[in-house]
Design a protein around this ligand. Structure first.
Ligand code: PHE
Length: 293
């Protein structure tokens, strides 16, 4: 009996001591700004997502993949030979000047590529060797490019382009136009208002630019389309014979087209974003609204 009473006493003392501890911690947590509430939903883990520019480039790749285009990548640090010489851009062309192009200090002929077109030169040189067996070349190349531009709603010293190229026999303007019209419809919808306008680039002949009617103002004129109602999103043309022969292809046998698309411009048009800087500021609200987070 004495043993059992002793046990009972120890048990009651233990219980009291524990109760005091719990009372004290209850008081403490009530005096804090919050108290533990088991009914609150847990905080959701933050989830990453693809950036809207990456999603647009992925989408373009998916538009061209069924047409037989594969993806090629080229380096952002390029040589003058790939960025200019192989593209028939003359020695005295203004784009070659240090006012427009970032050159590496102390490394002759090394620069940050000013467009994705040097990938044309690299791929042509590599695939020219067995073009007889393959019958042609088709590729798409998304990536970053750099120009000494001041930052404003439609310019940035770093932006993205998607280069595209097709080489084969008897390729003409009709193939270029059909392909790009198809791509524009896939991006902007079947009713998209698109125009082809003659233009000049040293590496194509003839050359053209492709505009879409500015979806931001519907064509009445705004800051983004500079009042014209149209926004240029593509440069394109038939491969200049000098570009083919630089890569070792006979322009008598082979012909083709190439195009370079401005990704930010296109993204602005697709998503009705009036300022390119929003794509680079990484604001959570903007990215969420774009469906990226
Ligand atoms: N490289 C040109 C630019 O940056 C675009 C272009 C690509 C034009 C291919 C013609 C053919 O503006």
């Amino acid at each position: 009996g004495a043993a059992i009473n002793g046990l009972k006493n120890r048990w009651e003392e233990g219980l009291k001591a524990r109760q005091a501890v719990l009372e004290a911690s209850k008081k403490q947590s009530a005096s804090r700004a919050w108290a533990w509430d088991p009914d609150l939903p847990p905080p959701l883990p933050a989830r990453g997502a693809l950036h809207p520019l990456n999603r647009l480039m992925d989408r373009l790749v998916e538009v061209f993949r069924p047409l037989g285009y594969h993806v090629e990548e080229g380096p952002e640090a390029e040589t003058e030979a790939h960025n200019f010489d192989g593209l028939n851009i003359p020695e005295d062309h203004p784009a070659r000047g240090s006012a427009d192009t970032f050159y590496f200090a102390g490394q002759k002929g090394r620069l940050l590529r000013t467009h994705t077109s040097p990938v044309q030169v690299r791929v042509l040189k590599r695939l020219a060797a067995n073009i007889q067996e393959t019958g042609g070349i088709r590729f798409l190349s998304p990536g970053r490019v750099y120009r000494k531009d001041e930052i404003d709603p439609t310019h940035s010293p770093m932006f993205h382009q998607v280069e595209g190229m097709l080489v084969g026999r008897g390729i003409g303007m009709q193939h270029l136009k059909g392909t790009l019209a198809h791509a524009m419809k896939a991006l902007f919808g079947p009713g998209a208002d698109v125009r082809f306008r003659p233009s000049y680039f040293p590496f194509v002949e003839p050359g053209c630019e492709v505009d879409v009617r500015c979806p931001l103002c519907g064509g009445s004129g705004c800051r983004v389309c500079k009042g014209s109602g149209w926004v240029e999103i593509l440069g394109a043309g038939l491969l200049h014979p000098n570009v083919l022969s630089y890569a070792g292809l006979d322009p008598q046998t082979w012909s083709g087209f190439a195009f370079g698309m401005g990704v930010e411009r296109t993204a602005m048009m697709v998503s009705l974003t009036p300022d390119l800087r929003l794509f680079f500021e990484l604001g959570q609200r903007f990215l969420k609204a774009m469906g990226g987070l």
